[in-house]
Write a protein of this length. Structure first.
Lengths: 328, 287, 269
């Protein structure tokens, strides 16, 4: 059974072209020239019930336009879609009862009130039976460990605590499909981890289908079974996360700050490192984990140089996309 | 907002039941929105107090001005208003004016920053949501303003012994606040097309102040202006309830309610059209 | 305001000139919204006169005031508020500037702090107020040299009184922390009080208007200065203006000392 299916989904916006200066504004106001901008081009999507899918892409790639079409906010220019059995833009109101949404940058919680009040409102808006609501709420509070924050006004919660409440709030009405738009944005590593665990656990225990956008490669690796990459409005890649891990996320960027300046010639040469860049005391390099381990690379440095600081990062989204392009 | 109606909606009786059910559900949702709005209002106590302080001051100024105009005598009547009736009239119009939360700029803000899209994925009508929230806030403020206003005017011109006038005031105030809401919402929703609604809001506010009879009962205006006011919705938002309150008797009550009903229908239709157009624009252009 | 600056008055004048030039230039960047906002204010004031017109058509004389006097009261009130808000547009925002810590920006610069704060903003809507004042005077005022001079003195006094009162209110933020809401309401109330004929108030209320809340000095100007020149009233108005201005500056200095000592940080959090 499919949770989500889209064929040839396309969205083109008409944008007014505006010239510089007052004369330009006046001209564009009197005789507007329109430009067609394609935000999403001919996308096919299939998401099975209970799947966890990551929808990746750099900023402006068309991620949120796609989500808006799938939740019924935007009408596509062409193409069709079915989300839990409904055509989103024709049956938005009916669909609303069956899906949940979390927009990482917009809060649905009432700012000056404790989260409990918003929960109550949501229970009413989604027409939940009272006893069912109470049971469900207690369950989520326990799972998400919200007990200590329930009576604290939202404005006094940390970003991570708030995000846990956001997600719990959107799960109250047992959505079959949960759209998460950048759920970990702005959070620190430990909190990100916790949020990911919670989402994963919901997916396992209730078979909630998860459709998640992010530009954080970590979200994908740890949460999702399949990855869709969108770039310039088109679908670039649709593969199981295992393959992505092997092919693309197999790279890490290591930045080392040394105690003293070095010249590039002095650096150890380790198989599997690429794009080595030296700036003063800072050395930056990429490691291909299929060919060398992080440990192996570091051992080349330890002992020979004094190391003051060290970071190991996933490559940024832009790098990953460049890499995928390179492979095709 | 339409909802899943099940199979019973095929028969006529089933349809009626389904519509009634949808109505009851919408009411329950609105009540929930109203409750949470009131709870959040508790946070803005200082704002409340300051507003009341302003109300006290301005009503004191009015009482001095009109006492001077009436020459202090309480016997005279101008265009059917004694000093006492006039001052209580002003308490009611000011209480109504200051009761309305800034719904126009709230809606404008949501349209501009895209929050309106987020609200569309919830199973409650966007306009209904704001109406419920508006009414809860306005009702509480109105009640408190009435108390505060009484503090000023009662000692000066005596008790508000208007009898049925109170019933008229309360029954017309609901419609009056709704008219205010619809006019402000219509302008706030214009943010779908124009960048700044502040100018329009300003014009609306000023028209309400003058042609709505906030500062001066319409009966005291020259004939030509009274005739213009009769054709405009502004008087339904302020003048009608305040006048009905001080001219007890209730003989005009049905007619006044009728006037309000007409304006509610007209303005409601306008808001519905604007919102639907705006939603289409949002669907096509993403706002 | 520190007076020990190098270069003295001339340097300060040049500095003020530059502030105003920059403010004007940035206001003119958005000509359309400038015209719109100023026009809106003009219409707003006009609507009040429309109300007074209706009022006086029912009651031709109230406590010796006629429509013309009320019009001139609005001309002085709006015009005075207008020029101060054009040249020293931050005078309504002192509380905000203090309680948000924006003040640090000014403290870090070598110009007299209060003057710098005040002159760093030009209120666009105020242009409408100022022009309104001039237009109404040209319409119903005494169009002689002496009349114009008296009106100019009225504008000067009214503007400085608004400035002095708001300075006191704004300085509250030095002592009680966040007082933006109070300052805003105080401004609204003071402006309202100064646009009703002072003669309608009796007893204690009247005494208040000529002491604690000196709005009476503004609202009585059309009678005591323009209609029947009353040397006692005019002298009192000038003295009151000087006193309020002086005590406002002193209060700001005192507050600044407190601010610099860091006591406020605790109050703010």
């Amino acid at each position: 059974m499919e949770a989500l299916r889209a064929r040839g989904l396309t969205k083109a916006f008409r944008v007014k072209r505006k010239d510089q200066g007052l004369g330009g504004s006046l001209r564009s106001w009197l005789r507007p020239e329109w430009e067609e901008k394609i935000a999403v081009a001919n996308i096919d999507l299939d998401v099975g019930r209970g799947e966890t899918v990551a929808f990746l892409g750099p900023n402006g790639a068309g991620k949120s336009t796609t989500i808006k079409m799938l939740t019924g906010i935007l009408h596509p220019s062409s193409g069709e879609a079915t989300v839990v059995g409904f055509t989103p833009w024709r049956e938005r109101a009916k669909l609303a009862y069956r899906i949940g949404t979390v927009f990482g940058q917009k809060s649905q919680l009432w700012y000056h009130l404790p989260p409990l009040d918003t929960f109550e409102l949501i229970g009413r808006i989604y027409e939940m039976k009272r006893d069912d609501y109470a049971k469900r709420r207690e369950d989520l509070i326990e799972r998400f460990e919200l007990g200590p924050y329930l009576r604290t006004p939202v404005r006094k919660l940390s970003l991570g605590e708030r995000m846990r409440c956001e997600i719990a709030a959107s799960l109250l009405h047992r959505p079959e499909l949960l759209f998460l738009d950048e759920p970990t944005i702005g959070l620190d590593v430990v909190v990100k981890q916790r949020i990911r665990e919670l989402i994963r656990e919901r997916n396992r225990s209730e078979e909630t289908t998860v459709f998640l956008t992010s530009h954080d490669a970590g979200d994908v690796e740890e949460l999702c079974s399949r990855v869709l990459v969108i770039h310039h409005g088109g679908l670039l890649l649709d593969e199981p996360v295992e393959r992505i891990k092997r092919d693309v996320l197999s790279r890490k960027t290591i930045t080392i700050t040394l105690a003293a300046e070095v010249s590039p010639e002095e650096l150890p040469c380790v198989q599997g490192t690429e794009n080595v860049a030296v700036a003063g005391r800072q050395v930056r390099l990429e490691v291909d984990l299929r060919r060398a381990g992080v440990e192996e690379v570091l051992s080349g440095f330890i002992g020979r140089f004094g190391i003051e600081d060290l970071t190991v990062e996933d490559p940024p989204m832009e790098e990953i996309i460049k890499h995928i392009y390179g492979e095709r | 907002m339409d909802r899943t109606m099940g199979d019973s909606s095929r028969t006529e009786a089933g349809k009626a039941v389904a519509i009634w059910g949808a109505g009851a559900a919408a009411f329950a949702k609105s009540a929930a929105v109203a409750r949470i709005t009131l709870r959040q209002m508790m946070f803005y106590k200082t704002d409340f107090l300051l507003r009341c302080a302003f109300l006290l001051m301005i009503l004191y100024v009015f009482s001095q001005l009109w006492s001077a105009a009436y020459g202090g005598g309480e016997t005279g009547s101008v265009a059917g208003f004694t000093l006492k009736q006039l001052l209580w009239y002003l308490v009611f119009t000011e209480a109504l004016t200051l009761a309305a939360p800034p719904i126009c700029s709230r809606i404008e803000q949501e349209v501009k920053n895209g929050d309106v899209a987020m609200r569309l994925v919830r199973p409650i009508s966007y306009v209904l949501y704001h109406y419920a929230s508006f009414l809860a806030e306005a009702a509480l403020r109105f009640a408190i303003h009435l108390l505060a206003g009484s503090l000023v005017v009662w000692p000066i011109v005596g008790a508000p012994n208007f009898g049925y006038g109170w019933a008229a005031l309360l029954s017309l105030s609901l419609g009056a606040l709704t008219v205010t809401f619809l006019m402000a919402a219509a302008i706030g929703l214009c943010a779908f097309w124009i960048e700044e609604t502040r100018g329009l809001e300003f014009v609306l506010q000023k028209l309400q102040f003058t042609l709505g009879g906030m500062l001066l009962p319409i009966d005291l205006m020259p004939d030509w202006l009274q005739r213009i006011c009769a054709w405009l919705p502004f008087r339904a938002a302020m003048y009608l309830p305040a006048r009905a309150a001080v001219h007890s008797g209730g003989d005009h009550l049905l007619r006044d309610l009728g006037v309000q009903a007409v304006w509610l229908a007209v303005l409601g239709a306008i808001v519905a059209v604007i919102f639907r157009r705006g939603a289409v624009k949002l669907h096509v252009n993403g706002g | 305001m520190s007076t020990g600056d190098s270069g003295g008055l001339r340097a300060i004048a040049a500095f003020l000139g530059t502030c105003w030039k920059i403010n004007l230039a940035s206001a003119l960047e958005y000509r359309l919204s400038f015209a719109l906002l100023a026009g809106m204010m003009f219409i707003n004031n006009f609507i009040w006169l429309f109300f007074w017109n209706l009022f006086f058509s029912r009651f031709p004389i109230v406590q010796g005031w006629e429509l013309r006097d009320v019009m001139l009261m609005w001309a002085i009130g709006a015009g005075g508020f207008g020029w101060v808000n054009l040249l020293f547009g931050n005078f309504t925002r002192i509380a905000t500037i203090v309680s948000t810590g924006e003040l640090d920006l000014y403290l870090a610069q070598p110009k007299p702090v209060l003057l710098h704060v005040l002159a760093s903003r030009m209120s666009i809507t105020a242009a409408g107020d100022f022009v309104f004042g001039l237009v109404i005077f040209a319409w119903v005022g005494e169009r002689t040299l002496l009349g114009a001079l008296a009106f100019a003195l009225g504008l000067l006094l009214a503007g400085l009184l608004f400035l002095g009162v708001m300075l006191h209110v704004g300085c509250l933020a030095f002592f009680i922390g966040n007082s933006e809401g109070i300052a805003q309401q105080a401004l609204g109330s003071f402006v309202s009080l100064s646009t009703y004929p002072s003669s309608i108030f009796k007893g204690a209320a009247r005494a208040m208007l000529f002491s604690l809340i000196p709005a009476g000095f503004i609202s009585y100007l059309p009678i005591g200065l323009l209609k029947h020149f009353d040397p006692w009233f005019v002298t009192a108005a000038i003295a009151a203006t000087a006193l309020i201005g002086g005590s406002g500056i002193a209060l700001f200095r005192f507050g600044l000392k407190r601010y610099a000592s860091g006591n406020l940080i605790a109050a703010r959090s």
